[in-house]
Design a protein around this ligand. Sequence first.
Ligand SMILES: [Zn+2]
Length: 161
Amino acid sequence: MEPGTGAKQFAKEYYGVTNEIDIITVLQKLNYEGLHSISVDNRMKKCVYCGYYWRDDSLRNTKKTCCEECHRGKKTLQRRKQRADKALTNPNKRTQKDDYISWLDYPFWIGESSMENVTANYEVSYSIDHIDYIYTKNRIYGEGNRKRVTENIDYDEMDYD
Ligand SMILES: [Zn+2]
């Protein structure tokens, strides 16, 4: 990973290097040799995201990352880990419907008790004949059970033009 802005800034200030390659070389050397090779104070630390040494100039010396980009990168990783942990420890609750394997050519149930429970509670619609019967009754009697006048259409007499 490339050093963050904070780490690069540190290399520029402490080693007087200016070009990109020198900066990275200096920082990699420091990572290899460790902090004992230079004079340090308690503000020297390794960025938890990019992994290079930098110096924390913040007021309370509590920063963990060398720059804003590294801070965002660290947060993104944290969120990803949290989501993964949540999915592992708290998977969606299985229901009896999940025992029905419906995505194959021949769907089947894994458990017989699940099948009985789910299919018994299934809301079955009326048959076409029954719906027809209800519809006709409603047309004749309507609301309040009062019989309406129904017209009898004589289809033989109708003019279809
Ligand atoms: Zn960094």
